[in-house]
Design a protein around this ligand. Structure first.
Ligand code: SAH
Length: 258
């Protein structure tokens, strides 16, 4: 179904304001400049830099090829948590498979989900370090991962190229989405998704109760918390559901330590 220019412009606005590109610990300022150019060509503008190794320099400005407004408005933070705290959907990019399987999207599926969520809430797509990508801990903060299909023997794209591919798919999703009113689960949801910060708060609370009850040995936690994080991320809890879960945890705390 094709859309009118006005519809595309309205949808583009949601994308512009609600999909954030997060670059974690980037080494080369030139890559940040190329990323800004990639974003601007596709209509995105929200760039957050988590603890870049070097500040934006002349090389970054040259590579941005005129997308200096994106560089100027880029927000710099020191932790990933700050970069995603207000986001309802967080998707991490990965050039290879990791130790524990995680829900995996291709770029097209990633864009469809991001565009649906971006109508109501902020979405973050995380990009990792040039040499070693995102850590397992960072990837565990994501509801899903996205992998750009590649030659299995040579699977790592330049980071700005990866940003270009995903931003292009976002643009295509806006222009071709068949059912713009449909939501993530096929119906319009009644509550907003819990933000990354709310989910973190719940996981920390759960972990402390598990330690108190003796279920979790802090000296030997293995992958228990990562697996639980994956479970809750996979189910995309909304704000009310997280509040109920936290209420249950508080009731357990009161029983243990009245
Ligand atoms: N050796 C690293 C590669 C990092 S490439 C690793 O194994 O993870 C730098 C960044 O570019 C990645 O963190 C990711 O954000 C992006 N990227 C590169 N290739 C990608 C791919 N095939 N799919 C998704 N993202 C990719």
């Amino acid at each position: 179904m094709s859309k009118s220019d006005t519809e595309i412009a309205e949808l583009s606005f949601d994308l512009l304001s609600n999909v954030r590109v997060v670059m974690v610990n980037t080494t080369l300022p030139g890559n940040i400049g190329s990323a800004a150019r990639a974003m601007k060509t596709m209509g995105l503008s929200d760039l957050v830099l988590v603890d870049p190794k070097k500040p934006i320099d002349e090389e970054a400005i040259a590579r941005s090829s005129g997308a200096t407004d994106i560089l100027e408005s880029a927000v710099q933070v020191s932790t990933l948590e700050e970069a995603i705290e207000d986001c309802g959907l967080v998707i991490g990019t990965s050039a290879r498979s990791r130790s524990i399987p995680w829900p995996l999207l291709n770029p097209r599926q990633c864009a469809e989900r991001a565009v649906l969520t971006s109508k109501r809430q902020k979405v973050a797509i995380l990009f990792g370090r040039e040499d070693r990508g995102l850590t397992n801990e960072e990837l565990a903060k994501c509801q899903a991962h996205v992998h750009i299909p590649t030659n299995p023997d040579y699977s790592s794209l330049n980071i700005a190229s990866a940003i270009q591919v995903l931003c292009y798919e976002l643009r295509m999703a806006i222009e071709t989405q068949a059912q713009p009113e449909s939501e993530f689960w096929g119906v319009e949801w009644d509550k907003d998704l819990a933000s990354a910060q709310e989910l973190d708060g719940f996981i920390d609370h759960l972990e402390s109760i598990m330690v108190t009850t003796g279920f979790l040995d802090p000296e030997n936690p293995r992958y228990v918390m990562t697996r639980l994080r994956r479970l809750f991320n996979r189910s995309l809890p909304d704000k009310v559901e997280i509040n109920v879960l936290r209420g249950i945890l508080s009731s357990i705390s009161r029983k243990i330590d009245p």
